[in-house]
Design a protein around this ligand. Structure first.
Ligand SMILES: [Cu+2]
Length: 296
């Protein structure tokens, strides 16, 4: 390889790594249940303060099964709490609208039909590639036979995790499985931690968190601005915003919804880096922004 060729390759790598940060927020599909609207819609200069104060393990309720598990790590197993995630269509094609079909089976293999409403929905489905790009948050429809379906479009090839987040008979559960999108995967390095990020739709979001230690409740405060003006998000899923945190390395899942104004209380179970996906609603549509958060 000649020197100029090497340099060109080096430059291309830099561009890729750089692009990863810029793309991170752009790979996100808005919630399918929300009315679509154009990106960069005008008139969104109202203010929003996305804040929340719910522990990261907010889904967990005090019950016998969880007693003593202060900060349970969720979303690492395909089966838990006597329930199993069965994905009928784990192989997907890139860049095509297709149907994802899955069910939750009980200990006898029977399809579970009764789910509790949590955050206004009976099923929350999160999709993310192993490199923490390609985040999607969907709300599937349930057929009479209990099978869940949703339309899914995967922009990039690679190995993905799919998280089914729900509650059944009062027990919050997050089951996760693999999805494969055929083709060469252009995997990205996790962007470095930064206090600001730009969402899809061009909202500037600032995260004030301070130093976060493992196992201790941390305050997360998000401030959303558009064209320099503070934005006050509209209700989304019964709250002022929605936050998912995934741990780098194994994609352990923390699901947090905001309560009230001003702060987010989240407990990160271990040291390491996490990717935070904040979703907020403004001007009738849901926007997503991602941050890398270090815990040490
Ligand atoms: Cu949801």
């Amino acid at each position: 390889m000649t020197v100029p060729a090497k340099l060109a390759g080096f430059a291309a790598t830099l561009v890729l790594l750089f692009g990863a940060g810029a793309l991170a927020g752009g790979l996100i599909d808005p919630d399918r249940d929300e009315p679509a609207a154009a990106h960069g819609a005008a008139g969104s200069e109202e203010i929003a303060h996305v804040t929340a104060s719910t522990p990261a393990h907010s889904g967990s309720r005090p019950d016998a099964a969880h007693a003593g598990a202060a900060h349970p790590v969720r979303g690492l197993a395909v089966a838990e709490n006597g329930l199993r995630l069965v994905v009928a269509t784990p192989d997907l094609r890139r860049d095509q609208s297709q149907t994802l079909r899955f069910r939750v089976a009980d200990e006898h293999g029977d399809t579970v039909r009764d789910f509790d409403v949590e955050h206004t929905k009976r099923m929350h489905l999160i999709v993310a590639r192993r490199d923490l790009t390609g985040f999607q948050h969907l709300h599937p429809r349930q057929d009479a036979d209990g099978v869940w379906t949703t339309t899914l479009r995967m922009a990039a090839a690679g190995s993905y995790r799919v998280f089914a987040d729900f509650a059944h008979r009062g027990e919050p559960t997050t089951l996760a499985g693999d999805l494969r999108v055929d083709g060469a995967a252009d995997l990205r390095a996790l962007p470095a931690p930064a206090a600001t990020a730009v969402s899809d739709g061009g909202y500037d979001v600032r995260l004030d968190a301070g130093r976060i230690r493992p196992g201790r409740e941390a305050d997360l405060r998000f401030t959303v601005t558009k064209d320099g003006r503070t934005v006050h998000p509209e209700p989304y899923l019964g709250a002022g915003g929605h936050l998912v945190a995934l741990r780098e390395g194994d994609l352990a899942f923390l699901h947090v919804h905001p309560v009230g104004d001003g702060r987010f209380a989240a407990t990160f179970p271990t040291e390491g880096r996490y990717r935070l996906f904040l979703q907020f609603k403004d001007a009738g549509r849901v926007h997503t922004v991602a941050f890398t958060q270090e815990v040490r």
